[in-house]
Design a protein around this ligand. Structure first.
Ligand code: ASP
Length: 452
């Protein structure tokens, strides 16, 4: 596809879509300019957006989710088969897991540092806190229930859960991404172990399937500016800007920690690969913008893989392995948020944290972020486990979760951006370390998406 003269770059189109979505959503609020035109309570701007605008956003997210599992199957099988030798796989695998662990522990420690310095939970007005928590206590109950269920399972349950008993059942649920990855790893390794001429037909099949799916990503991305408009319009029309209120300092702590994490990624890219941070950000920005709009690293995965491979220049052998695994287990934004939220809640309820408690948070938030699903709101479910391990009584735990519930969605949008940026960064670093980082295939990153 060639670039049309005069057409606007994709990242600008997405940004304009997001801004317009926020503005239109705001104007459609029941008390605002357009929203006040609906006189009835039974049907207002919120319903209008839900009926006529939001469906486009939902269709877009569904399309992205639709291709996630086939993409992992095709690209990971081909990626492993292309390695030609299992020792290379264990080298890439070992480095990937090691770097993922290091970045996650770093993220949690950064979160702890920020929240302990800023102390957002001290000196807040008791009455307002009580009111806010009471308001959301029912809505947050499902999160607490889900978290409690998870924390009751045995220590090796996560290993058992990783191995599917039926690949079709696993592949039919995007929440089982890790199971699909385990199956595909097994398949790819066995493809390497059989004679080449026998492996070739399957290898060619997955190669071709992979190309087709990447083309699907291109086509779906043409919809992205309109889809983010719909997603943000829906979010704005149904969100009360007053939610931040007394939680503003806490929210800013999370955002500050996340921003510092981006600086760490960019420095790592600059120092280890010599690449320009701005170029790197430009290359992956559509994935970041989508992560922000969808709050789901799983839905963003096809775009993350495509950007890292074609626009950053990491070879398929690495991206096909590092990105899907990252989307499921590497959640630096989520782990940082969990650390800040846990300490914030402890500060509010007056639960003193010792140094050992803070170390417990490093370990549990790291594990909890690995276990968090790559979907909206999952980080909060796993936060329940972090709080539980600290020994916070059930009643105070429920109070704390309900308290931060109101601002969870905007923070989820921000932490998902960091989750995705972390995956792209680690893929680039691992690519460099195994000699599989090349010049980007697509220099002008708009060329790719501009229809002829
Ligand atoms: N929404 C996040 C993601 O998909 C997970 C979370 O922190 O809730 O990466």
């Amino acid at each position: 596809m060639s670039k049309k003269q005069g057409s606007l770059a994709l990242h600008w189109k997405i940004l304009i879509g997001m801004l317009l979505g926020i503005v239109v959503g705001f104007l459609l609020k029941p008390n605002m300019l357009i929203g006040s035109m609906w006189k009835s309570e039974a049907y207002n701007g919120v319903h209008f957006v839900n009926d006529w605008i939001y469906p486009l956003g939902k269709i877009f997210v569904n399309l992205l989710k639709l291709i996630a599992v086939p993409l992992i199957i095709a690209s990971l099988t081909k990626g492993i088969a292309d390695l030609k030798d299992i020792s290379k796989l264990s080298k890439i695998g070992g480095r990937t897991i090691a770097v993922y662990l290091v970045t996650t522990v770093l993220a949690v420690s950064l979160g702890l540092l920020v929240v302990n310095i800023v102390q957002p939970g001290t000196g807040l007005p008791d009455e307002q806190i009580e009111q806010l928590s009471q308001k959301n206590i029912e809505k947050s109950a499902t999160k607490i229930e889900a978290g409690a269920k998870q924390s009751k399972s045995g220590p090796l349950k996560f290993l058992v859960d990783m191995v599917p008993s039926n690949i079709f059942a696993a592949a039919s649920n995007n929440g089982n991404m890790l199971q699909v990855i385990v199956f595909v790893l097994f398949l790819g390794i066995c493809l390497l172990l059989i004679p080449q001429e026998k492996a070739k037909p399957l290898h060619d099949f997955f190669d071709s399937l992979n190309e087709v799916i990447l083309k699907m990503v291109d086509i779906i991305m043409l919809l992205s500016p309109y889809a983010v408009f719909a997603l943000l319009c829906n979010l704005t029309v149904s969100t009360d800007p007053a939610i931040f209120g007394i939680l503003l300092k806490y929210a800013l702590c999370v955002v500050l920690g996340l921003s510092l994490m981006v600086l760490i990624y960019l420095s790592a890219i600059r120092i280890y690969t010599g690449r320009s941070s701005i170029e790197f950000l430009k290359a992956i920005s559509p994935a970041q913008l989508l992560a922000f709009s969808t709050s789901s690293s799983a839905a963003t995965l096809p775009v993350t893989m495509e950007r890292v491979e074609e626009h950053v220049g990491v070879e398929k052998e690495v991206t096909s392995f590092v990105c899907p695994i990252g989307a499921t287990i590497n959640m630096d934004g989520t782990s940082l948020y969990q650390a800040v939220a846990a300490v914030f809640i402890c500060q509010v309820i007056g639960f003193d944290l010792t140094l050992a408690d803070q170390l417990t948070i490093v370990i549990t938030a790291t594990m909890a972020s690995i276990g968090s699903a790559a979907v909206p709101g999952a980080g909060m479910v796993m936060l329940v486990i972090v709080l539980d391990t600290l020994g916070i009584p059930a009643e105070q735990l429920a109070f704390g979760i309900a308290l931060i519930f109101a601002v969870d969605r905007p923070l989820d949008m921000c932490r998902t951006v960091i989750n995705v940026t972390g995956d792209a960064t680690v893929a680039t670093l691992v690519g460099q370390s195994v000699g599989k980082l090349n010049a980007p295939k697509i220099k002008n990153w708009d060329d790719h998406y501009t229809a002829e």
